[in-house]
Design a protein around this ligand. Structure first.
Ligand code: ATP
Ligand code: MG
Length: 564
């Protein structure tokens, strides 16, 4: 990581924590938690929260719990729980034995609700959902009190226990906090704490037919786990008074500090579980782990490293106001990390056959090629060279414009790690007029990559010995959306999907050293970008590579050109 221990990152959250350490608010303890709801896979926004919560715990020698915030049965599942566990671990964080489930607190939560009723701070309300909304008032008008607000405590206790026993239909009764219907903060106008919902919960089955609302469950779960700093996203700012109110009414010995920060928004993608589910369910992507998805699973499959994601999260920091982070910054972190560690190899995505007329048919040479230009410790491998090669179609033009420096009729280029070759003839398909083969000559004196007579070439291109090459499929990914801020389009966001976000190339050829490449292996194909053997669809019989990221930011270049 770029961050060093001597200069830990600082931000407003860490400043608050340091203030609490100075004033001994929590007996010098720091305890955080990452509380995902298992109703979808984790995305890059969650990674920001994971890095923040686990990072703070590590920095202040505290603890960070992983808690499944699973108090709403609809949409939650074990598959999601398992994916979350896998993803947080893959990101490099450890919760030791502190994996918790809010659903394990259903009984204590029920008891806390009963306590609230007993102190006259909660009541069972029979208004319908619509009525509750109407009674709530608006930002400019205060709300109206429910006719059920002043029931005696005994009656409330009885009704609440009958709600639990399943005596009432869904939606007919709710438990509400008795706070203030005239509060300027609408969240404080007698919010709902419990509702009746007959739905199987993936852990508790049909044991419960009442479920606590987020605001009630979250503060109490934090308190039960003795969390000191409950870090959440900005949209919960108005809920903080309720968080504090609940903990002030009931008998708890830990009252955490809620702190809000701005959620991560990333350009050219969408970061909301609800929307990501839509992409998956409607088949716009191949699943949660589609390499174009901003999910941890997608980024892992694409070939991003946990280090790159952590570095990205450190770079963006935390702030109090919403903004849109440029996805190029994430790609930059990925490049920066892979530049250090990815071995360099050669692969040809769109092969063009080259025959070297003056190279003996029977001859094969082996070039010793280093895996990394700056890191000799990564070693080298032998790359065979023979009479028939493949080069990239893009590296040849029959009628090149002035600034085309690569191969063309009569032109000479250097082959990476090898000889100069010169194109002497172009072979075309007589029917389609398509270039199918180049006849070239090589200069045996240029094995070192330089000509003894000092003549220069304009470029160096990559190549593969045809006979020794290994077939591969390569999947090129581009941005999932065509516009920078698809989230701003609301429910229409799908209209802005980039139709060219996936391009499959099926007749690629790669060098023989990759024959045994294992799923998850990452390499740089010289001049092309960083690639990763697909975790799911590659097999010993079929190599499948995902392009992780290009070598340079082609989008930045494009928009610069557009500006001109
Ligand atoms: P979504 O809006 O994608 O459905 P969520 O907030 O409902 O996300 P949770 O499972 O409740 O998802 O989130 C777990 C934690 O991750 C919460 O503390 C939440 O604040 C945080 N989180 C979620 N999305 C982001 C984001 N984009 N940036 C930073 N933190 C996030
Ligand atoms: Mg949530």
């Amino acid at each position: 990581m770029t961050q060093t221990n001597s200069s830990p990152p600082s931000d407003f959250i860490r400043e608050i924590i340091e203030e609490h350490l100075r004033t001994d608010r929590f007996k010098r303890r720091v305890a955080t938690r990452f509380p995902p709801e298992p109703n979808g896979y984790l995305h890059i926004g969650h990674a920001k929260s994971v890095c923040l919560n686990f990072g703070i715990a590590a920095q202040y020698r505290g603890t960070c719990n992983l808690r499944m915030d699973d108090t709403d049965p609809s949409g939650e599942s074990l598959e999601y729980v398992e994916s979350i566990i896998h993803d947080v671990r893959w990101l490099g964080f450890d919760w030791e034995d502190r994996l918790f489930y809010a659903s394990d607190y259903f009984e204590p939560l029920y008891q806390f609700a009963a306590q609230l009723i007993k102190v006259g701070k909660a009541y069972v309300c029979r208004l319908s959902a619509d009525e509750i909304r109407d009674y709530r008032g608006t930002l400019t008008e205060s709300g109206k009190e429910s006719p059920y607000r002043n029931r005696p405590v005994e009656e409330n206790l009885d009704l609440f226990s009958r709600m639990r026993m399943g005596e009432f239909e869904d939606g007919t009764h709710v438990l509400r906090a008795k706070i203030d219907m005239a509060s300027p903060n609408i969240t404080m106008r007698d919010p709902i704490l419990y509702r009746i919902k007959r739905a199987p919960h993936y852990r508790t089955g049909m044991k419960w037919c009442i479920y606590p609302m987020y605001d009630f469950a979250h503060c109490l779960s934090d308190s039960l786990e003795k969390i000191t700093h409950s870090i959440c996203t900005l949209e919960f700012e108005n809920n903080r008074p309720l968080y504090d109110w609940i903990l002030d009414q009931v008998d708890v010995d830990c009252h955490p500090q809620q702190i809000e920060f701005a959620r991560l928004n990333l350009s050219y993608t969408i970061i909301s579980k609800r929307r990501l589910i839509e992409l998956v369910e409607k088949g716009y992507v191949m699943g949660w782990d589609d390499p174009r998805m901003p999910t941890i699973a997608g980024m892992r499959r694409r070939g991003y490293t946990p280090e790159a994601i952590r570095n990205f999260c450190a770079k963006i920091g935390v702030a109090k106001n919403d903004n849109l982070v440029d996805i190029s910054l994430l790609e930059h972190s990925v490049r920066e990390d892979l530049n250090e560690r990815a071995p360099r190899v050669m692969g040809v995505l769109q092969p063009l056959r080259v025959v070297i007329d003056n190279y003996p048919e029977w001859q094969v040479e082996e070039f010793d090629c280093p895996y990394h230009p700056k890191n000799p410790n990564m070693g080298s491998r032998k790359v065979p060279f023979s009479r028939v090669l493949y080069i990239e179609q893009e590296d040849f033009m029959e009628n090149p414009p002035k600034k085309f420096y690569r191969l063309a009729p009569g032109k000479e280029v250097r082959l990476r790690y090898g000889y100069f070759i010169k194109c002497v003839r172009v072979v075309k398909d007589p029917k389609t007029d398509e270039v199918v083969e180049l006849r070239c000559t090589y200069d045996p004196e240029t094995r070192s990559g330089f000509a003894p007579d000092g003549r220069k070439v304009d470029s160096t291109i990559h190549w593969i010995s045809a006979e020794h090459s290994v077939p591969a499929e390569v999947r090129l990914y581009d941005r999932l959306f065509q516009i920078a801020d698809p989230a701003s389009k609301g429910d229409d966001f799908m209209k802005y999907l980039n139709p060219k976000s996936l391009e499959k190339l099926t007749s690629c050829r790669v060098e023989p050293s990759l024959k045994e490449a294992a799923p998850g292996n990452r390499v740089q194909f010289e001049r092309l970008g960083y690639f990763c053997v697909d975790l799911k669809e590659a097999s010993p019989k079929k190599l499948v590579f995902n392009r992780i990221v290009t070598l340079r930011d082609s989008w930045a270049k494009l928009s610069e050109k557009e500006k001109k």
